[in-house]
Ligand binder design. Structure first.
Ligand SMILES: Cc1cc2nc3c(=O)[nH]c(=O)nc-3n(C[C@H](O)[C@H](O)[C@H](O)COP(=O)(O)O)c2cc1C
Length: 189
């Protein structure tokens, strides 16, 4: 996909990308994307995030196996990942686990609200550079296992794992219903 520099083009061109080419993702691009992520707002500007950038093949293989099991549980599909239109994570150039501080293992609306804006920045920045991502949470079915693989300490939660790379095929604009469908004026009804 072409890079997108017009911010108004970014929103419709942000797509869930699940298959990537083997084009290398430079480390400088990852740093730039994560710099954009850290520009996001957070409660009281606490910036309670850390990002685990996974390139190691053994790590990706372990995460891939876990994700495949979760996928099969939900979709009852033991077919190879590719048949479901996605690439196994073992073949994805980079996986980024966005982590959020959650003292005493407690999470709330505020916890998510203090990291998902950063994840959205990450995704938009990647798209601006011509790359693709997809926010995933399906792996939460194996959260304990994934935490162990990634060595996540107590007091932190993984909020999203986003594959990152150059898309295998260009995707068109996303499709959404007219915005009027979701706007209510002054009161709900
Ligand atoms: C909270 C959340 C969880 C998601 N979890 C997954 C997931 O586990 N696996 C996946 O492939 N996509 C996941 N997605 C991606 C959505 O399926 C995708 O954003 C949606 O279908 C819109 O795709 P589009 O922007 O290309 O139209 C998730 C998105 C969000 C916001």
């Amino acid at each position: 996909m072409e890079p997108v520099t017009d911010v108004w083009e970014l929103f419709p061109r942000q797509r869930a990308v699940r298959a990537f080419s083997d084009r290398e993702v430079p480390e400088e691009a990852v740093t730039r994307i994560l710099e954009a992520a850290t520009r996001a707002p957070s409660s009281q500007n606490t910036m309670p995030w850390q990002f685990v950038v996974v390139r190691d093949q053994a790590q990706k293989d372990a995460l891939s196996a876990a994700y495949d099991r979760c996928f099969a549980q939900v979709y009852g599909d033991d077919a190879p990942a590719r048949a479901a239109g996605r690439q196994p994570w073992s073949e994805v150039p980079v996986l980024i686990a966005a982590c959020v501080e959650a003292p005493n293992g407690r999470t709330s609306m505020m916890t998510g609200a203090s990291v998902y804006p950063a994840v959205q920045n990450l995704m938009l920045a990647a798209r601006a550079l011509g790359m693709g991502t997809v926010l995933t949470t399906l792996w939460r079915r194996e959260n304990d296992n994934i935490r162990t693989i990634l060595g996540i300490p107590e007091g932190w939660e993984i909020a999203a794992i986003t594959p990152l790379g150059y898309p295998a095929t260009p995707l068109g604009k996303n499709r959404r219903p007219p915005v009027q469908d979701v706007i209510r004026h002054d009161r709900w009804a």
